[in-house]
Design a protein around this ligand. Structure first.
Ligand code: PLP
Length: 426
């Protein structure tokens, strides 16, 4: 039988660079042919061969209700009939803004945009505009979208300015970006001591989901807050992944820390292109058309996307939603740990809400460098073993995993059994 995924990949590569519109989808890290998805329902999607997979990426987070939730589908269908886009304000944008602010108390005002990249980039500009400072602090392994100033890795020394991680980004463009090691208190202290009056903001994934799953320690997160306050810098929590994913109030709710600005995306669009950034009124009013910081978007606050986001937020706000999701995710993580232990496979895993990560090592890593010591070949064997058994996890070891409300106990049990089978055959 011809493999339809192979045929589609060949066709795609002729017209789209690498055959994909976002690099991780190409399976470059794990090898093999990417699965071209035809349709999805609940916890599953089906590829071009009509092969079913239990989906643990959920569009990289947004599909927290599972695919095709009836209330969301209904809201989107209704919105589509009323028009796709107007380029003029709508009541639904106010409703979504109100819903977001009600759930994230650190935000008094919010601006809606279309992607996490756009939201993080705009928050950065706002922080620089509001403080009148240039320097930004970020951490190795945290991803904040692909804006030029954020595509940067640590330089050679401690607390030095970084080097671009992409061609097309001149070193001058990242000369104001300091890249520090995640959870390294000493580097953090040093950076603020050296650059005190220049730091506009510190941007962090307080529970990082772009170096697999790594938590900021409570002491580290607290020190980020204290140092920003002390030195007049803004603390920006990039919650594009964690917002409405690790809990109803995001990583800031889990850690009990109030950032100045919050960046949201993924879940707030429920699978449609929608993201946001927000914070205190006095800072947000620096944005155009009120203030001097320019920011705009033709499709921002799109009526179909806001309908999808609103319907999603309504479902996840129901009592007990996160308790049930967190319990299910824990069951998966604990089951995988037990399966690995039973087969003598070095392994550890962690989760918060509906987000999880696992590591083919006994320790839970504290930073990017440790995550990247994972044995690539072992991870790839596990990835392909799971794929062959109808379980789709992220095709790269530095990505987190996602469980949805639609995953059943049977799905979780089947996933654990598949992993154990693979561990037993090593
Ligand atoms: C996904 C992600 C982004 C980028 O969002 P896009 O919608 O892909 O542009 C930014 N920050 C974090 C933490 C993310 O996980």
């Amino acid at each position: 039988m011809t493999d339809q995924n192979d045929l589609l990949f060949e066709r795609a590569r002729a017209v789209i660079p690498g055959g994909v519109n976002s690099p991780v989808r190409a399976f470059k890290a794990v090898g093999g042919t990417p699965r071209f998805i035809q349709r999805a329902q609940g916890a599953y999607f089906w590829d071009a061969n009509d092969q079913r997979y239990i989906d643990y990426i959920g569009s990289w987070g947004p599909m927290i209700l599972g695919h095709g939730h009836p209330a969301v589908v209904e809201a989107v269908q209704k919105a589509v009939l009323e028009g796709f886009s107007y380029g003029a304000p709508t009541e639904r944008e106010i409703e979504l803004a109100e819903a977001i602010l009600a759930l994230v108390p650190s935000m008094e005002m919010v601006r809606l945009v279309s992607s996490g990249t756009e939201a993080a980039m705009s928050a950065l500009r706002l922080a620089r505009g509001a403080t009148g400072r240039k320097t930004i602090v970020k951490f190795e392994g945290c991803y904040h979208g692909h804006a030029d100033a954020l595509l940067v890795k640590a330089g050679s020394g401690l607390a030095t300015f970084g080097n671009p991680t992409s061609a097309g980004v001149p070193p001058e463009v990242v000369q104001h970006t300091l890249v520090l090691e995640y959870n390294n208190l000493q580097q953090l202290e040093e950076a603020f001591a050296l650059h005190s009056k220049d730091i506009a903001c510190l941007m962090i994934e307080a529970i990082a989901g772009n170096m697999n799953f790594v938590r900021a320690t409570p002491a580290f997160a607290k020190r980020c807050r204290e140092l920003c306050t002390q030195h007049g810098a803004l603390l920006i929590f990039d919650e594009v992944m964690t917002g409405f994913r690790v809990g109803l109030h995001g990583a800031q709710g889990v850690l009990g820390i109030t950032p100045d600005l919050t960046v949201l995306g993924k879940v707030i669009g429920g699978g449609m292109p929608l993201a946001a950034f927000g914070g205190p009124r006095a800072i947000m009013e620096q944005l155009a058309p009120l203030g001097p910081v320019y920011q705009a978007g033709t499709l921002s606050g799109n009526p179909v996307a806001t309908a999808c986001g609103l319907a999603t937020l309504k479902e996840i706000s129901k009592p007990g939603f996160y308790e049930a999701l967190a319990k299910k995710t824990r069951t998966l993580v604990d089951g995988l740990k037990a399966a690995a232990a039973a087969e003598g496979q070095p392994f550890n895993a962690d989760s918060e809400g509906g987000m999880f990560g696992f590591f083919l090592m006994n320790e839970l890593p504290q930073n990017y460098a440790t995550v990247m010591t994972t044995d690539n070949a072992q991870f790839n064997a596990l990835f392909h073993g799971l794929l062959d058994r109808g379980v789709y996890i992220a095709p790269a070891l530095y990505e987190a995993g996602f469980v949805s409300a639609a995953h059943s106990e049977d799905d979780i049990a089947a996933t654990i059994a598949a992993a154990r089978d693979i561990f037993s055959k090593r």
